[in-house]
Design a protein around this ligand. Structure first.
Ligand SMILES: *Cc1c(COP(=O)(O)O)cnc(C)c1O
Length: 493
């Protein structure tokens, strides 16, 4: 199996693609044969969650042997429910809760698997190089990656986050991370500055002779890595199975999914589930006030030349949505020169335009909507008061877009809304929206939220306050490259 780069005719096998993350031309790896390779999507629906995951992952990553073992190592005793991603009802909403892993964010679904895949890939490709993970995070990826990679042999991990751009809980989760091979550092600026800085450092260091001499190779835990994306395909099947079990649908009925979107990884995984045959109707891309994707789906112009807004849903505060590149590649039948031109134009001019024939193909599978801050607050409050369901701000954005989507009359009978974070990660915003003035620090707020809802504080969050802070560095985006080299040289990861 070969994965193609989105930007040239470079390709790689699954092991190389997982180990390197990004293609050497700066493109992302894509499995362009997925929709043509037969997959028994209906048979896997009757399997247990772990067996289902193993079958789906073997199809997406056939170069890995023993997928059953990989899945077992990844998930056993990490999630608080054997369903992994339970589907719950609140009024007419069907909500797929993706936050039952160790860090209470949906990133856990994939980042529990990625370190195991990388360890396996190193062994299968007989690599003696140490894999150094560089990650830019808007809050959730960082902690989930640290949790997945800490003390994993043969790896080191550096996480960069925008200074002041993550929630206090997310901040506390990262800077208290234990492990001998971890480093966390703030970067001045917003998430796009941070992500661009890490990408530049990544590109520069990939050519570094010193790094080679130190027997280290860089990789990424961001959703640009196919090993990140593949595990996310599984929960679309798990959702479908749970709708079947509940009698909400019959086998073969289409299901729409509304996905709170940032880097377009989560929703692209849904597209891959559809390519594998799962009866997915529309994938509805839900954005917050940073509505660059909503505008793109409406008019075919991707235009990041606008203010970056800090919202209550920071993991969706993104103006450069990396994984959209994969969709462009597939919707243009692998026209990598076109994709490369778009990405170059975006880098130099902040905008690109996609021709109407490609847009109309994209619109067969995708729709989009957005929700501003005021409406997000109202939605959290309304859903809590009327339905007794506590939604975090990311989920609330998607619930609101779900209402709008149903209102168009174009929705399938069954619509699933993805819930990407526990409300306990954003206690202040959730309390306020539910009509309780938050007081005290975030830890007091978590307790208030727990009292109000009767829900327990998730295990990974409750002990945070007592943990010692290990990391306090703040650097500029242009200093990332030197910083990484220094840390590696000193053997600190
Ligand atoms: C990462 C994240 C998202 C966005 O997911 P993408 O795959 O980047 O589109 C949404 N909500 C939360 C809570 C997240 O952590």
């Amino acid at each position: 199996m070969q994965y193609q780069s989105t930007r040239s005719d470079i390709s790689a096998n699954g092991l190389q693609a997982v180990l390197s993350g990004l293609a050497p031309d700066g493109g992302l790896y894509v499995d362009s044969s997925l929709s043509r390779r037969p997959f028994p999507w209906d048979e896997v629906l009757s399997l247990s969650p772990l067996s289902m995951a193993a079958r789906i992952l073997s199809h997406l990553l056939p170069d890995f042997e023993d997928m059953d073992e990989i899945v077992r190592l990844s998930y056993t005793n990490k999630f608080d429910t054997p369903l992994l991603t339970p589907l719950v009802s609140a009024g007419d909403y069907r909500i797929l809760e993706l936050f039952h892993g160790p860090t209470s964010a949906f990133k856990d679904v994939a980042l529990s698997v990625l370190p195991v895949l990388m360890t396996k890939a190193r062994r299968l490709s007989a690599s003696s190089e140490k894999t150094i993970i560089l990650t830019a995070t808007s809050g959730d990826t960082g902690k989930a990656a640290l949790e997945g990679f800490h003390d994993v042999e043969g790896t080191g991990i550096l996480v960069f986050y925008p200074d002041g751009g993550v929630s206090p809980v997310q901040h506390a989760q990262m800077v208290t991370q234990t492990g001998e091979n971890v480093r966390v550092c703030a970067v001045s600026g917003n998430f796009d500055d941070c992500q661009s800085g890490v990408k530049r450092a990544f590109a520069a260091l990939s050519r570094s002779e010193e790094l080679k001499r130190l027997n280290c190779a860089l990789s990424s835990a961001n959703s640009i890595n196919i090993g990140r994306l593949a595990p996310q395909v599984v929960y679309y099947f798990l959702a479908y199975r749970q709708l079947l079990d509940a009698g909400d649908i019959k086998l073969g009925d289409p299901v729409d999914f509304v996905v709170p979107t940032g880097n377009f990884g989560d929703i692209f995984a849904g597209y891959q589930a559809k390519q594998m045959g799962l009866p997915v109707g529309k994938l509805v891309c839900a954005s917050n006030a940073n509505r660059v994707l909503t505008d793109f789906f409406a008019n075919g112009v991707y235009d990041r030349r606008r203010d970056f807004l800090r919202t209550a849903s920071p993991s969706m505060d993104i103006l450069i949505s990396s994984n959209l590149e994969r969709l462009l590649y597939i919707a243009s039948d692998g026209a990598y020169a076109f994709v490369r031109a778009c990405m170059n134009y975006l880098a130099s001019n902040g905008v690109y335009t996609v021709p109407e024939d490609i847009m109309s193909r994209i619109r067969q599978d995708f729709a989009a909507g957005c929700c501003d801050e005021e409406t997000c607050r109202e939605t959290i409050g309304r859903v809590w008061r009327e339905l007794g369901y506590l939604a975090d701000p990311h989920t609330a954005v998607a619930l609101r877009v779900t209402d709008e989507w149903k209102g168009t009359g174009k929705a399938a009978k069954a619509v699933v809304t993805l819930s990407t974070a526990s409300p306990f990660k954003f206690p202040g915003a959730v309390l306020e929206a539910a009509g309780v003035m938050p007081s005290g620090d975030e830890f007091a707020q978590m307790e208030a939220l727990s009292r109000m809802s009767g829900l327990p504080i998730p295990a990974g969050l409750s002990g945070l306050k007592e943990k010692p802070v290990r990391f306090t560095d703040v650097i500029g985006g242009s200093a990332i490259e030197d910083y990484v080299m220094e840390v590696i040289r000193k053997g600190e990861v």
